[in-house]
Design a protein. Structure first.
Ligand code: XLS
Ligand code: NI
Ligand code: NI
Length: 437
């Protein structure tokens, strides 16, 4: 078999003292942290669309990245070669998973039938490579936003004909995800939203979205697909207002349509920040509802107002994320998918490796730091103490629902004014910094 990355060797763990940018300083896959191997905590995944289909093109300029294995054509052979390059990269980076959209891995045809045939030809290669390498599919998804037919939405399109097309496409995408043993399936509502309310019946569109998701659940059961169905919130871009706005919105949508037992959430950092939240806010919101299923591990640029999908190299942010993950006992069958792309100016093939090494090491360091914070118990203890008035007495009665307004009024008459208690934010921040080194 051809070698796609001849100049690049398998990336190894060398420890924190290493100055080798092609080595891991923190990611040591087999090492155990809190009783579990790092690779099983982190479950890293390559996002095929960015890493193997991203070209560096942006609205202002052409492609900047030239990949020797990619002839730029829409041939099946070219698509199969990209898949081979993907598996070599997974092996060399020691990443266990990848994720794709149907249209990333295979060219679309002139009809649905032809697109499906193309997909099958690439899926066959992927399946063989998975068997050879032991690499796995974290999730599959359908691209329901690039083709012009979806310009007014997919399942929320005012035209039922488009709804039907989207259903047919998701049906096939679920089948190939199952064929490849995919552990999850993602719904990101790229154009499931609106540009102006003037032409939009929002109530009807949301009802259609719920119908669509219910049909996906029914079909999943029909074919006995065992993966988790995930919804990925995003507030805007490409639509002005996207229905799956943020974690809280999606949770309430799922609950009000009786879908919350069938779906979990795939939280993307850059989408949370676009919604005006921190990454960890949306993770915590999903986790508290018991619905944090997987993570798209990237970051935005706070100076830009769109989804820049950068590799997250920020240890503080990775630590905050891994605290949520550890506190809920892990992410499996979800994982950390690098839904991130190289900057347009990072044009070398080796930059594909460097970006993933940096992202993996940031989350590995985040995992180590989060584990230390939990094991030391200093910050968790301070938080517990902060709420301790609810552990006994009147507080316990409030939490258990065994008191009411009249008793609370009497309590105040007897006990008088509460004393203000400091929130001690700066103290927490100092202690957090003691762990970040
Ligand atoms: C786009 C989304 C997309 C999903 C998969 O903003 O992040 O890449 O993860 O459709
Ligand atoms: Ni994403
Ligand atoms: Ni995104």
């Amino acid at each position: 078999m051809a070698e796609y990355f001849p100049g690049l060797k398998k990336v190894e763990y060398e420890g924190p003292e290493s100055k080798n940018v092609f080595a891991f300083r923190y990611y040591n896959p087999e090492e155990e942290i809190m009783g579990k191997k790092m690779k099983d905590h982190l479950r890293f995944s390559v996002a095929y669309w960015h890493t193997f289909r991203g070209s560096g093109a942006d609205p202002f300029g052409a492609a900047t990245m030239d990949r020797p294995w990619d002839d730029g054509s829409d041939s099946i052979e070219n698509a199969q070669n990209r898949m081979r390059a993907n598996f070599e990269m997974l092996e060399k980076l020691n990443i266990d998973y990848y994720c794709f959209h149907d249209r990333d891995i295979a060219p679309q045809g002139a009809s649905l039938e032809e697109s499906n045939e193309n997909l099958d030809k690439v899926v066959a290669v992927a399946k063989e490579l998975q068997a050879q390498t032991g690499k796995k599919l974290l999730w599959g998804t359908a691209n329901l936003f690039s083709n012009p037919r979806f310009m007014n939405g997919a399942s929320t399109n005012p035209d039922a004909h488009v709804f039907a097309y989207a259903a047919a496409q998701v049906k096939k995408a679920l089948e190939v995800t199952q064929e490849l043993g995919g552990e999850n399936y993602v719904f990101w509502g790229g154009r499931e939203g609106y540009m102006t309310l003037l032409n939009t019946d929002m109530k009807r569109e949301l009802a259609h979205l719920a119908r669509f998701l219910q049909m996906a659940v029914d079909y999943k059961k029909k074919i006995a697909f065992g993966g988790t169905l995930l919804i990925e919130p995003k507030p805007k871009e490409p639509t002005t207002h996207q229905y799956d706005f943020d974690a809280a919105t999606v949770i309430s949508f799922l609950k009000s349509n009786n879908l919350d037992t069938e779906f979990k959430l795939n939280i993307e950092a850059n989408h949370a920040t676009l919604a005006g939240h921190s990454f960890e806010h949306d993770l915590q919101t999903a986790s508290d509802a018991g619905l944090l299923g997987s993570i798209d591990a990237n970051t935005g640029n706070l100076l830009l107002g769109w989804d820049t999908d950068q590799f997250n190299m920020d240890i503080r942010s990775a630590t905050a994320a891994m605290l949520v993950v550890l506190n809920q006992g892990g992410l499996a069958p979800g994982g950390l998918n690098f839904d991130a792309k190289l900057r347009r100016e990072s044009t070398d093939v080796e930059d594909m490796f460097l970006a993933h090494i940096g992202g993996m090491d940031a989350f590995a360091q985040g995992l180590r730091t989060a584990a230390q914070i939990i094991e030391d118990g200093v910050i968790p203890g301070m938080v517990k103490e902060r709420y301790s008035s609810y552990d006994s007495g009147i507080g316990a009665k409030i939490e258990s629902g065994t008191t009411e307004f009249t008793e609370l009024e009497t309590y105040i008459k007897e006990n008088g004014e509460p004393q203000g208690k400091s929130g001690k934010q700066e103290k927490y921040e100092i202690i957090l910094n003691q762990y970040l080194h």
